[in-house]
Ligand binder design. Sequence first.
Ligand code: GLY
Length: 396
Amino acid sequence: MLRQIVKEPLHSQYAISEDHLAFQQQLQSAREQVLGLISRNLSDFGEKFPAETCVDGYYPLTENVEWTTSFWTGQLWLAWEMSGEAKFRALAEKNVRSFGLRIAAREDTNTHDLGFLYTLSCVADWRLTGNKEARGFALLAAEALLERFHEKAKIIQAWGDLSDPEQAGRMIIDCNMNLPLLYWASEQTGDGRFAAAAYQHAIQAARYLVRDDASTYHTYYMDIQTGEPRFGSTQQGYADDSCWSRGQAWGIYGFTLSFLYTGNKEFLELSKRLANYFLNRLPEDNVCHWDLALLGTDALRDSSAAAIAVCGLLELCKHLPIVDPDRADYLAAVRAIMSSLSQNYLSKIEESGNGLLKHSVYHLASNKGVDQAASWGDYFYVEALVRLTQSWKLYW
Ligand code: GLY
């Protein structure tokens, strides 16, 4: 299936060894901090949702709109799993009802991010508590997501109305994380259409979004009439031919998830190639610049990309044989990145601001969420923490 894609050897400086006990203590203290922060946010947010990113250190509050509201609900589920405290579950369940109303009314659902939205809210609820209503909401969302699949181009269109010529046939690397909703829907219903679309999309993403050197385009246009590839470009990266850090991290995690559902080992190999490219372009403190092409400059960091990459690497390592030559280095890189995030990027309860993970970049060119906490950065940092400190079953 895949053409030849370069696999760079890992630079050994990222295989930093950490004292195991000290690292575990750091994680335990981080757990306490995030539980304190989520608990305070629970009181402050009420039944509203945080916006995509902080503005001047604080999340504006919104209704259940945009692509990011489930990152808050996902944090509530994780906090419930970490603490067993009923208040987290109770608010997560209220959030889930809001997601039910949203999909029933098709409010702000013209996006491939239905995967993020319904996996971390409703699928998580179904998996954790067996809530059948939540399962139904997630299946409705999967139907809506499937409508975005272009049969000829074999891709799920990322953004915009399907009749919008500007957006027609545009897929983006982030979508890899939206595919689990479709795979899950096929598992639940026995209807293979969802998984077939997800699988075909993952193959097209591997073919066209990943370059020969294992870097990724943020976005790629397909011709929806002929199915032919058109061209790659960026939306949030530095340049069309650079490598947007968060996109690379979505790819590492997302291709591993496609492996998980399909058993196709080529996706796992691809994740490794993307991981090596990513890990070889980290600055000294192991937290990536917002674009990997900016290594060696004083460009801002994207801590959210670092947290996503950690989760992806941890999932990847679960499926690599113990003798895999890169596995130990990946785990060392995870420790190095997490240690850096926990020491230098994680907010302290006594500090001002209400984001968890400081210093992300949402979209530099449009000056959105620049050097702020981002809701997905908060979520993936907490997911990484849970993965590293207790046994955890995926919501994805
Ligand atoms: N999925 C949009 C982003 O990562 O900014």
